[in-house]
Write a protein that binds this ligand. Sequence first.
Ligand code: ZN
Length: 263
Amino acid sequence: MKLPLKVTAIIAIGVVIIPVVVVFAALSVVIMGRQAVAEGFEYNGIRIVKDGVVSLAVVPSGNGKVVLVDAGYDKAGKAILDELARRHLTPDAVAAILLTHSHPDHISGLDLFPNAEVMALESELPLLEGRADWRGPLMRLFPRLSGTRVTRVLHDGETVTVGEVSARVFSVPGHTPGSAAYLINNSVLFLGDAADISNDGKIQDPPWITSDDRVEDRAALVRLDQRLVEDRAVVKVIACSHSGVLVEGLAPLTAFAQTVATR
Ligand SMILES: [Zn+2]
């Protein structure tokens, strides 16, 4: 049976254009309203490296070694390898990788560094080991992970030392159950995807479409701010994986916590 041209055109619109519009709308929700990644930003040698839509950090740990915060989206790890080469280092120089969470855009380069310690919060292990599914509306479309190598299980409140790097570990559940924030060398606070930075330089929620539970996430950020204030922690820089850095100390996180309290 031959369909009339008009019907064929309508079907073509349905099959081709509508999915494109849906995907574009989903991407817009994720991307719009937030700062661009601060590619090449550096504080005391801690460097933000852009890998497509996401960023990771390279932290020098002494003796020609580095620690990574996350392992990026690119399985080939071009951005990471380029940064290592810029430092005259090879993949063997990566001593440890601190994972903020299990989403694919944060872990895909892991296999490039088989000798590195891989660290993640205990509460993220079910996702990393493929025993649980993400709950964010967009993330439900992704298959479970087939199993991720984690060599050291982290717990909230501990401090990890790798060479000259010290990382305080904070549980910030919400974006995923085992999302972690790291305060590196008492200077740079990595929030991963627990938060974004808006175009006008404020801490904001991560996109709902990729997040398990933003109410839980907000509460976790408020608790994190309280703990850092009470501890008189030194925070110089706040970095978020998809949206740049802020260089006003802890103040932007405290301001965010205050907006949550008045909602
Ligand atoms: Zn994420």
